[in-house]
Design a binder for this molecule. Structure first.
Ligand code: HAM
Length: 464
């Protein structure tokens, strides 16, 4: 992408041409394709996912890391791999004002490895366990569940080569889904070491060469550039041919086989069911040994499964980036797709406890006192709704009704002069006038345990 070539070309004052789609669209604020707003009404689900990830990350003693969204583009080019879709066509790469080639991160494992090296984390007690949550960017073809900006929560463990680590990471992912109430299928495979993979690839290429003429162009290219990627193909012809293709598991060396068997044994031990998928290779080149995915549970009908997360071991990545060779393993979950899965199941928890109190005020003097009272309620941890823009009591009560609050506080000029406030029970309609100094404690008593106290678990900056 060249910043000097804007994607949107102005033709008239009011019309622009979207060069990507070749369609005319009205000028005015409009989302870029593949980007979206996560609206207040969706935030309940998003908070539920984020809070679940955070609480499991803490329970399994992972440390939070926040990584930059922009990195040098070669960090990804070197690690994700030249023949991959991400590098070939999906990265947002541009030249920054200092003439450096930079990229919006398409994933965060490479960044985590960079941070591990750059901050000398090798000198900390190993393994180093990190987790993150944030936006990633891939200029992929947008479709259901596929966005150009999407959010991932990731877990990375550096400095441990034991298969128990692979198994525990899969267990953590599975527990996150269990807590969210989403059924997933774990698919797993081993792609061994680069050495045993080389022998396998020779065999794979010679198998597919026989059918070269039948292969779609994309897969011909894969065969030449990065043959392992052919196993990722979604083309029907290729999928048919795959059935007779050599399987990587038969080419694993003894150590790789042992690593894989132990990983599976540990999974059996903690009763995580899995499906062996000999064609699972994942879309990134840095993996070694174990690779796995969390797929939406297969529907009754023939609906395709969606990858809600995936990961694997990447023992060569830290060394590839110039650090001391360090075994590592991790996974990332697709938050957008998980939030969608919750919506499909009609799960929509409120983002925060809904306010149970509404504050109606009449006149400027009441507004002034109201401002102070509002602060008192906030300090006491009782959320209070209001409709400050409305003047008439009737329209304010209408809002209160819509919100479904239990109590409405009414403050008019007379009450301001008397130092009182009216408290109205919205269900019975009963009203009483009370000393405004006692209002917070009386409201708290009336609400009992249902004050709608906002839980302070949320850090919007860290979650962005
Ligand atoms: P990935 O499989 O490319 O792996 O992405 C992980 C998850 O992110 C996917 O399973 C999917 O749920 C979600 N995802 C990917 N692309 C999109 C998209 N365009 N729109 C919506 N959701 C998407 C990685 O990124 C590795 N870094 C995972 C990892 C961590 N491996 C080791 N450590």
């Amino acid at each position: 992408m060249n910043p000097k070539q804007p994607a949107l070309k102005k033709t008239k004052e009011v019309e622009v041409v979207d060069e990507e789609e070749g369609k005319k669209s009205k000028s005015g604020p409009e989302l870029l394709r593949g980007f979206r707003d996560i609206l207040p009404e969706e935030q309940g689900r998003w908070s539920f996912v984020r809070d679940t990830v955070r609480s499991l990350a803490q329970a399994y003693t992972f440390d939070r890391i926040d990584l930059p969204i922009l990195e040098r583009s070669d960090l990804f080019q070197r690690t994700i791999g030249k023949g991959t879709d991400i590098i070939e066509k999906e990265m947002y790469v541009f030249t920054d004002p200092s003439n450096r080639s930079v990229a919006l991160r398409p994933e965060a494992t490479a960044s985590a490895a960079r941070a591990y090296i750059e901050h000398g984390m090798l000198d900390r007690p190993q393994p180093v366990k990190l987790w993150y949550l944030g936006p990633m960017f891939r200029h992929d073809r947008p479709q259901a569940g596929r966005f150009r900006q999407f959010y991932q929560a990731g877990f990375e463990v550096f400095g441990g080569e034991e298969p128990i680590i692979d198994a525990q990471l899969i267990l953590i992912g599975k527990k996150i889904f269990e807590t969210l109430g989403i059924d997933v299928q774990v698919q797993i495979n081993s792609i061994g070491t680069p050495e045993c993979r080389q022998a396998y690839l020779t065999e794979l290429v010679s198998y597919f060469r026989q059918f070269r003429n039948k292969l779609p162009d994309d897969d011909k290219r894969r065969l030449q550039k990065n043959p392992l990627r052919i196993l990722d193909s979604k083309e029907e012809v290729t999928l048919g041919l795959l059935e007779g293709a050599p399987q990587i598991l038969d080419w694993l060396d003894e150590k790789s086989k042992e690593h894989f068997m132990k990983t599976l044994e540990f999974l059996d031990e903690v009763e995580v069911p899995y499906v062996l998928n000999p064609y699972l290779v994942r879309g990134l080149d840095y993996y070694t040994h174990t690779v796995f995915e969390f797929l939406s549970a297969q529907d009754e009908g023939d609906k395709a499964q969606t990858a809600l997360g995936g990961g694997g071991r990447y023992d060569g990545l830290v060394g590839l980036l110039g650090g001391r060779p360090t075994p590592a393993c991790g996974f990332a979950l697709g938050i957008d797709r998980i939030a969608r899965a919750l919506a499909d199941k009609n799960i929509n928890p409120p983002p925060f406890p809904q306010p149970q109190v509404f504050f109606a005020q009449l006149g400027d003097a009441a507004r002034r006192v109201g401002l102070r009272l509002y602060e008192e309620f906030r300090v006491a941890g009782v959320p209070v709704a209001e409709a400050a823009g409305k003047n008439a009591l009737k329209s304010q009560l209408e809002v209160a009704n819509k919100l479904g609050v239990k109590l409405t506080l009414i403050l008019g000029q007379k009450e301001v002069l008397d130092g009182t406030i009216i408290i109205r029970d919205m269900e019975s309609g009963a009203q009483e006038t009370i000393d405004s100094k006692k209002i917070v404690s009386i409201v708290q008593r009336k609400l009992g345990g249902d004050a709608g106290v906002v839980a302070a678990t949320h850090s919007p900056v860290a979650d962005s």
